[in-house]
Design a protein around this ligand. Structure first.
Ligand SMILES: Cc1cc2nc3c(=O)[nH]c(=O)nc-3n(C[C@H](O)[C@H](O)[C@H](O)COP(=O)(O)OP(=O)(O)OC[C@H]3O[C@@H](n4cnc5c(N)ncnc54)[C@H](O)[C@@H]3O)c2cc1C
Length: 332
């Protein structure tokens, strides 16, 4: 039996939301703190004027039966739909109104406090005290304080580790070493409005193995954007590393020049976004025979989950959050 009745989850990405859903189902009083304004983390959909862009993850794949069942449930609820089969023959699924549809629906059933960035953690005798900066529409910051018996950190692992270290929460030396080996690639995204349909080959998307580009997708052909020629361009990790500190004025033209041979319309406008933690390069206990899809601390009541524990996929992040919560409610 679990030994706690309240839990704070840092991060409303898919791993945090699914962990929260499972814990809440078991009667735990869950508060999710999310620094962004929306739900879903890297499952991100953004509106720019009338156009809509999936600008993080582009589709969901299902390798494991448990996750396939979950995605089938999302389809029955009208939240997700099949898109097309990838090069290996696996179906790629999308949210009905964009990748953000599922996280938004999950978040609506939970107590998620958005625009609250967790800045410090304190273990105070038998409770966690979690400090956060809450920002309003005008960017005004208010200091907040939350308390709970258990804590789950679902941000990309380097961000969770930084928070723990800055809060002087000590981890076992070997575990800290292992966790600090989990590093991520970066990605620069351009959300581009064209003066007509992009003319990308069916299904309006291309996986690219290109020095500058990783993906071009037409959000209107994907039925996410009502505006023809609303495309997302995701860069290669190499490009992102090289242009990380450059301005959009400098890097977007390079990205657009690389994409031009694939696109059959002209660029009207482009907005950039930087993903500092795109894909984990190495995951937790990658080289060990006994992999674990989460980290549970042996000294303090806290745990870590997310794609750093399973791989750079929505499925891996989702399984991490779900299995962690299952372990916490049924430890044996
Ligand atoms: C450009 C791009 C393309 C991708 N394409 C695909 C794809 O097509 N298919 C696929 O399966 N996967 C894809 N991925 C990977 C996939 O998006 C991730 O593996 C998955 O969404 C990770 O979920 P998560 O819950 O682990 O983390 P996240 O989604 O990163 O969620 C963590 C959350 O924690 C929040 N947070 C962090 N620090 C704090 C703090 N201090 N206080 C409060 N909140 C905090 C963040 O804002 C975030 O919302 C892609 C990723 C990127 C960036």
């Amino acid at each position: 039996m679990k030994t706690f009745s309240s839990c704070i989850i840092v991060g409303a990405g898919i791993s945090g939301l699914l962990a929260a859903t499972r814990l809440q189902r078991d009667g735990v009083q869950v508060t999710v703190l999310e620094k962004g304004r929306g739900f879903g983390g890297r499952m991100a959909t953004r509106r720019i004027e009338k156009a809509v862009f999936d600008h993080g993850a582009q589709f969901v794949t299902t390798r494991e039966a448990a996750f396939r069942e979950l995605v089938e449930g999302w389809m029955e609820e009208g939240l997700a739909r099949p898109w097309y089969k990838g090069p290996l023959g696996n179906m790629r699924y999308v949210g009905v109104n964009g990748m953000n549809t599922v996280p938004k629906a999950l978040g609506a059933k939970l107590n998620v406090l958005r625009s609250e960035k967790v800045t410090r953690l304190k273990w105070d005798k038998n409770r966690w005290v979690v400090f956060a900066d809450a920002s309003d529409e005008e960017g005004k910051i208010t200091k907040k304080r939350h308390e709970a018996e258990y804590l789950v950190l679902s941000a990309p692992v380097p961000q969770s580790l930084k928070l723990l270290q800055e809060s002087n929460i000590d981890l076992d030396y070997d575990e800290e070493e292992e966790l600090s080996r989990i590093t991520y690639t970066k990605c620069i995204t351009a959300m581009v409005h064209l003066n007509g349909p992009a003319g990308l080959p069916n299904p309006g998307a291309m996986d690219l193995n290109h020095p500058v580009l990783r993906w071009i997708g037409d959000n209107s052909v994907k039925n996410v954007s009502p505006v023809p020629g609303s495309i997302t361009i995701n860069s290669s990790p190499k490009f992102a590393e090289r242009y990380w500190d450059a301005s959009d004025e400098e890097r977007l033209p390079v990205l657009l020049d690389a994409a031009r041979p694939f696109i059959k319309a002209d660029v009207v406008s482009a907005v950039g976004h930087r993903w500092g933690f795109s894909d984990p390069v190495r995951i937790y206990r990658e080289k060990e025979p006994f992999r674990k899809p989460y980290y549970i601390d042996s000294e303090h009541p806290f745990a870590l989950c997310g794609d750093g524990f399973g791989g750079a996929r929505i499925e891996a992040a989702a399984i991490s959050g779900m299995q962690l919560a299952e372990k916490l409610v049924r430890p044996i």
